[in-house]
Ligand binder design. Structure first.
Ligand code: AFD
Ligand code: MN
Ligand code: MN
Length: 424
């Protein structure tokens, strides 16, 4: 479904006066508004193809209805999000959930919606119908070389699909690990995994990157073979300069200092990309910014500081993706909220007075440093985010127009109530 341009204009008109008042107020307090607006407009966040339907838990799955039935419909849904927020101009595909049957058709559909293909994701955490060997005891770490080869070949296939679509990166998330002490020889599991990753790395085109995603636990509950940023960093360092660590916010043990991890990975030129979500306990896959917005802001503080220190382009030099699962909300509303939360944190981090913070740090003025950070965090930057969206012809209030236009009702009518999107 597409929302007509004039509907968006009408919607914006109805909110314009109120918006302008708030925008003028915040603009009067900032010196480089135009620069910030430009950065906000440029910043795009990829939508994962698996987040467009309802997610399940191991106990059940409650479909929202009108879920996309194929890759075309997934792209259409992201096209709709992008038309509303002008910040979701990319899709991250999962193979084999999203094998493109007709590459040129898929490419032109995505181009029509202004969407590019972000990182490709492989899947060796599930067995697929007709698959020769099982991944029950791991994929790249497996003691059986034939199983390892199957997993390597799959990743190389994923790269090929990605090349055909114009993607430039592969994210490898392995569920490999062990559930009980003694099950695995850690060293051999690491070495097998490294050997496999080396073969996959060798198949990367020259201008591609590989992201090695880590996760503390689940589905394995005793050890994970890429369990934390240190292990991911080790693989990425041994692989070479096209290999990077991917930080998924939900993949840490509780209370980990993610902002510090981000800072050091950036310093070492090994931060590749992000999977945004939020959590209270573990890999909860909740909407980013819904539980710990201050943490998200502190992460963006380190990102902006670290990227600027290296002269990096905020919008293009790292991979920005959402990785979430929506069990009780409309996935499209949830994704609009996710993108908004990311942009708000990004905008807040752009407001930080770097010079003053640096001075406070050099003077060991701890209270001043905290004041500077929290001043930025407590600024209501939503008018900036909205203004950037307005200038790109997006909607001032994406969720309001989504609801007014009864998008979900329309999708249910078109696609049916019982559709289930591929994913988890
Ligand atoms: C997993 C990981 C990984 C993977 C995704 C699949 O975060 O990014 O691709 O979920 O749905 O938890
Ligand atoms: Mn992830
Ligand atoms: Mn996850």
């Amino acid at each position: 479904m597409q929302i007509e341009k004039n509907k968006i204009e009408e919607h914006n008109q109805s909110l314009l006066k109120d918006h302008q008042r708030k925008f003028e107020f915040i603009s009067s307090q900032i010196s480089d508004v135009e620069n910030i607006l430009k950065k906000l407009s440029d910043f795009q966040i990829a939508i994962p193809s698996w987040a467009l339907g309802s997610g399940g838990t191991r106990f059940g799955r409650f479909s929202i209805g009108g879920e996309p039935r194929n890759l075309e419909e997934k792209i259409e849904d992201i096209g709709l999000l992008h038309a509303l927020n002008k910040s979701s101009g990319a899709i991250s595909l999962h193979i084999p959930w999203d094998i493109p049957e007709n590459v040129s058709h898929i490419k032109s559909l995505a181009a029509h919606h202004g969407i590019r293909f972000d990182a490709m994701n492989s899947n060796t955490f599930q067995d697929q119908p007709g698959q020769k060997y099982s991944y029950k005891f791991g994929s790249l770490q497996n003691v059986n070389p034939a199983i390892r080869k199957q997993a390597i070949d799959h990743n190389i296939d994923v790269i090929k699909y990605g090349v055909s679509l114009g993607s430039k990166s592969l994210t490898v998330w392995l569920s490999d690990g062990s559930c009980f002490p003694g099950q695995l020889n850690f060293r051999k599991a690491f070495q097998n995994t490294l050997e496999g990753l080396k073969e996959i790395y060798a198949a990367l085109p020259a201008d591609w990157k590989i992201f090695v995603e880590y996760k503390a636990y689940e589905p394995n509950f005793y050890s994970t073979t890429v369990g934390d940023w240190g292990q991911s960093f080790l693989y990425a360092s041994k692989l070479g300069e096209k290999a990077f660590t991917l930080v998924d916010l939900g993949h840490h043990l509780p209370n980990a200092n993610i902002e510090q991890i981000v800072s050091l990975l950036l310093m070492e030129k090994k931060l590749g990309g992000f999977h945004f979500n939020d959590s209270k306990y573990g890999d909860d896959d909740l909407t980013v910014g819904s539980i710990k917005p201050y943490q998200l802001f502190l992460i963006f503080n380190e990102l902006v500081e670290g990227m600027d220190a290296r002269g990096m382009n905020h919008a293009t030099d790292l991979g920005w993706m959402i990785d979430a699962s929506h069990n009780v909300k409309d996935p499209l509303e949830d994704l609009l909220q996710s993108v908004e939360a990311i942009k708000i944190s990004y905008a807040q981090s752009l407001l930080i007075d770097r010079k003053k913070l640096n001075e406070a740090q050099n003077n060991n003025d701890v209270a001043a440093a905290q004041e500077i950070l929290q001043n930025a965090f407590r600024t209501d930057v939503r008018p900036l985010v909205r203004e950037a969206r307005l200038r790109s012809n997006g909607a001032l209030d994406p969720i309001a127009i989504y609801r007014n236009e009864k998008v979900r009702e329309y999708l249910i009518e078109q696609r049916g109530i019982k559709t289930i999107a591929t994913g988890l």
